[in-house]
Design a protein around this ligand. Structure first.
Ligand SMILES: [Zn+2]
Length: 157
């Protein structure tokens, strides 16, 4: 096993663990005290984000402090899974053995319906690349990527 994380988000959200057979599974997000609610909900095909109890702002990725009012009173809440496509990119480079037979594939950023400006990075599925347009309506879809890993993706609504 190997693990890694980006320098800016150390120990919070982007830490991943590469499974033993890396060609069979993508890097797996590491569930921790702060992110467990998110992964538990995804496993049940629900999308939950942290929401500030003080001002109602959604906070994503999960953090301990509201970036709008600095309250630390945050709680998970289910969101609709609907939004619009803010941006996208076609990935042509293999960054991990799992993706060797999957390029090209599309990743994107979704503006959350409940609060535009709160954005969810994600994989984009069920749409040809030349059909994508920024601003188009999108909806979440959950896929069992491996027998033990469910991930949220977005597709045109
Ligand atoms: Zn707040």
């Amino acid at each position: 096993m190997s693990s890694g994380c980006t320098p800016t988000a150390k120990g919070v959200w982007s830490q991943t663990v590469s499974p033993f057979d890396a060609s069979q599974s993508p890097p797996v997000p590491e569930s921790n005290e702060l992110t467990k609610f998110y992964w538990d909900a995804v496993r049940e095909h629900r999308l939950e984000l942290l929401r500030c109890s003080g001002c109602g702002h959604y906070v994503h990725y999960p953090r301990r402090i509201c970036d709008r009012c600095l309250s630390m009173d945050l709680a998970p809440g289910e969101v609709s899974g609907r939004g619009t496509l803010y941006s996208y990119s076609v990935i042509m480079h293999v960054s991990h053995p799992y993706f060797a037979d999957k390029i090209p594939y599309v990743i994107g950023v979704i503006d959350l319906e409940e609060e535009p400006g709160v954005r969810i990075p994600t994989g984009i599925v069920d749409c040809a690349e030349d059909q994508l347009r920024c601003g188009m309506p999108m909806e979440v879809v959950f896929k069992e990527v491996t027998p033990t890993l469910t991930l949220p993706f977005f597709r045109p609504a």
